[in-house]
Every structure is written in C-alpha cells, then in structure tokens.
Design a binder for this molecule. Structure first.
Ligand SMILES: Cc1ncc(COP(=O)(O)O)c(C=O)c1O
Length: 397
C-alpha cells in the first residue's frame, strides 16, 4: 500500500543547511536556519542551562512517567512568564496549561483543541508567516486563510490592510494567528496601539486570537515582548497561546514548549484542561521531561534566573548591534538603497528585500546562505563575516 505515497518536498530552510555544510568556501556564511549563534558562530549551551543540568544530574531520582500536561511547576512558571505573574487571567484561574514538545508541539495541540471545539475552523494567518504554521494547522483539520501583514514597499506592517481584512472578511468563530514579537520571517512587529486595535476587532467580531510566542526576550525584553499578548488577554474572553523555550533558553533539541488556553470562566478552563489532556494522551501521551526540568530549575532559583536573564540580555543586545552594524557596513560599500529598516525591526529575522535571482547569486557566487524569500538570520553575522556579507550584498544589487 505504501507505493501510492509521494515524497514530501524537502524543507527549503533545512535543505539550505545541508548545502551550507557541503560548501568548501572558507568565507561561507549561514544566515539561514533560525538559531541564535554567538561570535564564534556556535549555538552554545547557555551557562544557566549548564548549571541547571548539573543540579538535575545530582538531584533527579526518577525517570517515572510525567502526566499528560507535564510538570505542574513548569506549567505554572511558564504561565507566569508568558502572561505576567499578577495577570487577572491567572489570579482568576481562567486558564489551562500544558508542557509540550517545543513550540511546534504547542501549536499542534492547540490546533487540535480548536478543531475539537469547532471542526474545520478557519485560521487567518498573516502573509507572510512562519512556514510551518500552515502545515500544522492543516494537519489538525483547520483551514488556513491569509490577511496582509508585511508591506514590502514600506518594510513595515501593513496594518491598514490587516485590519481591513480582519474587519471585512472574517466571521464569528474564526481564529486569528498572531506573532507576539520578533515576527518570523519579517522582523516587523505590531506596536501596542496596533495590538489594542486588533484586540478590539477580535472582540467585536467574536474571533479567537491564537498567539505564537517563540522569541520572548529576544526583541525588547521578557515583559516588553509579551506586552501585546497580555493586552490581548485583558481584552478578549478566550484566547490560546503557544510558547517556545527553544530560542530564549537555547533548548532547541530538547523540545520544550507550552500550550496555554484562556477561557471565560474557571469551570470552562477545567473543561479545556481535560480536553487538552485527552488530545495529548491520544497523540504522544506525555511530553519529554528534560528541557522543561531545566527551565523550571532556572526559573525557580533566583540566582539561576538572574544569570539566564543576563545571558538573554547579552544575546538580545548583540542582535541589535549586528542590525545596526549591517546597515552601516552596507552603506560603507557605497550602496544607495536604504537598508535602515533592518535597524527598526526586531528579533532574529529581516527580509533583505532583494529578488530571487539576487538571493541565488548570494548563495551560489558568494556562499552567503539565506532563505529564498531573502530572509536573513541576523544572529548568523559576526565581526569576522559582517564586512564580507555587506560586500556580497552590494555586489548583487
Ligand atoms: C514563529 C515560530 N513559532 C514556533 C516555532 C517553533 O519552535 P520550536 O518547535 O522549535 O520550539 C518557531 C521556530 O522556528 C517559530 O519561528
């Protein structure tokens, strides 16, 4: 029966990594895959994570099963980290939460939860959005439609277009997928005024906000990056949130994420928890433990927590610095085209805004690897390669 199957097209970003590894050019630069890299070009283990692992090695005394929703302590700490410890949603117990296998696992669990509540519901995602959003939603049975998000001319959010589409084309019970911060792939985020206007439309039209927060702390700060999401949670009766510890704790392969459901009442939240647990049980039964244990060890220990926050701040500042350095370096090559938008955007990504042929030239002639859409991972830059990258960009314009 398997002969009827067709190959799934290779993931273009992961494919890029393979090509990068095979390239023998000593000047090659990887601006493709969305992982933080340090000055040495290495995705290192954070110091706070290493310390927590040492503690776990000594203290962990069982590998017994965890529950469907994972560790209660992790879930509570992550709900507080995402929503803020004193958010009324938490004090009123209007939420359900589960530890999941990464942010992707959270997205999938929540998509299945939505599909259980409203089979085949429509999810409105921004154009563009993270490439894996559509496959995840569709695999869970949901339908994807798009609202305009990034304006290639202004290099900013097309907020008028976004709001007009949400107002005119959505219907009650539709879902609106939003990035909390550090938009992937564009780096263009909503400001707080725009969050409020979006929340007002969502509430007025009876839509469900579905917020993906995969880069908390890598934009402006832990609280700043969650401010829009928190404001949304203040405004609407129901909401779902998928969060990831892959980037801000550097725990990519440990698959550590969180699914949060906000309900209208505490009783509804209990129902939501039981639904979510049931969906998890029928899928992967329970999440892996190690990454979440690392995160809760850090968040529950004031010294480790401070150490992690300081490391995260260093990462955030470094990305910001690389943004301005790249803009300056391109200018120094005599390029007249304005790239200053890169400095105004947030998180690890921006589009260079060059065409597909120019991207090909960067990859094939200069060994500067970036996604076909011209998305670059700023964290792939460092003091050794930034001038080379700027020169290569200037050469293909
Ligand atoms: C916007 C967005 N959401 C979710 C994820 C999922 O992250 P993970 O499953 O690795 O935790 C990513 C990862 O790149 C992302 O960019």
């Amino acid at each position: 029966m398997f002969e009827s199957l067709r190959a799934v097209p290779a993931d273009p970003i992961l494919n890029l990594s393979i090509l990068y590894r095979q390239d023998t050019n000593p000047n090659k630069v990887d601006l493709g895959v969305g992982m933080y890299k340090d000055e040495a070009g290495h995705t290192a283990i954070m110091e706070a994570v290493s310390r927590a692992q040492e503690l776990i090695l000594v203290e962990e005394d069982t590998k017994a099963y965890v529950s469907m929703a994972g560790s209660k302590r992790y879930c509570d700490l992550l709900a507080q980290t995402t929503l803020g410890a004193d958010h009324t949603v938490l004090t009123n117990n209007r939420f359900a939460v589960a530890q999941t296998p990464g942010g992707s696992g959270a997205l999938r669990v929540l998509a299945e939860f939505i599909n259980a509540a409203k089979p085949g519901a429509t999810v409105w995602a921004g154009n563009p959005t993270w490439a894996n959003h559509s496959p995840i939603m569709q695999s869970a049975g949901l339908e994807i439609k798009q609202y305009p998000y990034y304006d290639k001319d202004t290099k900013a959010v097309d907020f008028a277009g976004m709001l007009a589409t949400l107002k005119a084309e959505t219907k009650a019970g539709d879902v609106v997928l939003l990035h909390a911060c550090c938009h992937n792939p564009s780096g263009a985020d909503l400001n707080l005024e725009q969050w409020q206007a979006t929340a007002d439309v969502i509430k007025a039209k009876g839509l469900l906000p579905y917020v993906d927060i995969a880069y908390q702390g890598l934009g402006e700060g832990m609280d700043e990056d969650a401010a829009g999401l928190r404001l949304m949670a203040n405004t609407v009766p129901e909401m779902v949130i998928a969060s990831s510890c892959s980037k801000n704790f550097g725990l990519y392969r440990e698959r550590t994420g969180t699914a949060i459901i906000i309900s209208t009442t505490e009783a509804q939240a209990h129902l939501a928890q039981s639904q979510m647990n049931g969906l998890i049980r029928a899928n992967y039964s329970m999440p892996p433990s190690h990454g979440a244990l690392v995160v809760e060890t850090i968040l529950a220990d004031p010294k480790l927590k401070q150490m992690w926050r300081d490391e995260l701040k260093t990462m955030r500042k470094r990305i910001k610095h690389l943004r301005s350095q790249l803009v300056d370096a391109i200018k120094a090559e005599g390029v007249e085209q304005d790239f200053s938008f890169i400095e105004r955007q947030h998180g690890m990504f921006s589009f260079l805004g060059i065409n597909a042929a120019q991207v090909d030239q960067l990859v094939n002639e200069h060994s500067v690897y970036l996604v076909g859409s011209s998305r670059i991972n700023l964290a792939g830059l460092n003091q050794r390669n930034i001038a080379y990258v700027a020169k290569a960009i200037a050469a293909v314009l």
